[in-house]
Write a protein that binds this ligand. Structure first.
Ligand code: GDP
Ligand code: MG
Length: 370
């Protein structure tokens, strides 16, 4: 089967064609009911509608893309929440991430050499939490623009001595636009001029009303520097996770997103990825963006070699032929031949769109612009 039409896609997503067309227009795509959509657009739509879809590859065909709904309720198992920390510069994001990580490492992982792989996991009350520690909002924004959701919960850090600042407001609106639950970490409460109530007051004006004031936003007072209140913060994250029941099917081919990637002098292309669905295994053939490969080795944030990585697990992988981009989706395929052919097709599409070429443009059109 080839690509799906708008009408077929609507059926697949259990939506009316008119809803799909409206959504496409909102995304800047003018479409009619019989128009074919490419796989990226279908995935984007699925993301917009919050519907789970899986890409299936037809064997012989060059136009390999078909799509199928998956995951029976019974196949979905609890997975760790994925958490991002956002907030104004200097309000303590990095310090908080380091504090949470080091507190947790010293408790259970004595001797482990931590690796910076763009994300890490901590364990509390025998439940795991995955924190993204990629700097800046760019990857986050890029992923959202594609309809890819990387995080489940946002922690917004506000320094209690400084209060709500422009990037705090920006973070709140990002999180709200993404429909993410927000937990406010009121940081630097060790400072003499800390005024946590002022932070609550100011955030109330932005729609985040503390529970004790009759709202539904969780506020936790912390000091990242003095490691005060961290356990309470982690417990609140678990509480939000419990309410939202984050789940995934670990028993299928892996799919997820590239968090960071680089060319390592000795190891070649290295990508740090977050597994979102399925289980990633050493030896798996996969595509990441326009690149393909076969997993040669996987390393955890604790510096351990892994054979498998399930949902919400961040891992560093080697075995790629090229360096993918942060935010690129990755997906495991049944063999390397398929992975390669998909990566090649994507690379061509990419080159075309880089050149501003749209498939309907003729050579004559092109030369007119030169
Ligand atoms: P980021 O820009 O949000 O990542 O902020 P940083 O984590 O780099 O912190 C900015 C400054 O605030 C650094 O000098 C930190 O040591 C300091 N800082 C962070 N958290 C606390 C805290 O809880 N108490 C105090 N007193 N200082 C803090
Ligand atoms: Mg920082």
């Amino acid at each position: 089967r080839g690509n799906s039409t708008v009408g077929e896609t609507a059926k697949l997503l259990h939506k009316d064609a008119s809803e799909v067309i409206k959504k496409l227009i909102a995304l800047g795509v003018m479409a009619t009911i019989n128009q074919e959509l490419d796989i990226e657009t279908i995935l984007l739509l699925a993301g917009e509608f919050g519907v789970e879809v899986e890409v299936k590859i037809a064997v012989e065909d060059d136009r390999f893309e078909t799509i199928e709904e998956v995951d029976e309720e019974a196949d979905l198992l609890e997975r760790p929440p994925v958490v991002t920390i956002m907030g104004h510069v200097d309000h303590g994001k990095t310090t908080l991430l380091d504090a949470i990580r080091s507190t947790n490492v010293s408790s259970g992982e004595a001797g482990g050499i931590t690796q910076h792989i763009g994300a890490y996991q901590v364990e509390i009350n025998s439940k795991k939490i995955t924190f993204l520690d990629t700097p800046g909002h760019e990857a986050f924004t890029a992923m959202r623009a594609r309809g890819a959701q990387l995080t489940d919960i946002t922690i917004i850090v506000v320094a209690a001595d400084d209060g709500v600042m422009p990037q705090t407001v920006e973070a709140v609106s990002h999180a709200k636009a993404a429909g993410l639950p927000i937990i406010v970490a009121v940081n630097k409460i060790d400072k003499p001029d800390a005024d946590p109530d002022r932070v609550k007051q100011e955030l109330t004006e932005h729609g985040l009303v503390p529970e004790e004031w009759g709202g539904d936003t969780i506020f936790v007072n912390v000091s990242a520097k003095q490691k005060i209140g961290l356990e309470g913060l982690l417990e609140m994250i678990l509480l939000v996770a419990e309410v939202n029941e984050y789940k995934a099917n670990p028993n299928k081919r892996a799919r997820g997103l590239v968090i960071e990637a680089e060319l390592d002098k000795s190891r070649g292309p290295v990508a740090r990825v977050l597994v979102q669905h399925g289980t990633l295994k050493v030896g798996d053939a996969f595509v990441a963006g326009n690149c393909f490969g076969r997993i040669r080795a996987m390393v955890s944030d604790k510096g351990r070699r892994l054979k498998e990585a399930g949902p919400s697990t961040p891992v560093e992988i080697t075995g790629l032929t090229e360096v993918p981009k942060a935010g690129d989706p990755f997906m495991v395929f049944e063999d390397e031949r398929k992975a390669r052919s998909i990566a090649e097709k994507r690379a061509i599409t990419q080159r075309q769109s880089d050149l501003g070429v749209n498939t309907r443009v003729t050579l004559d059109d092109l030369f007119q612009h030169i």
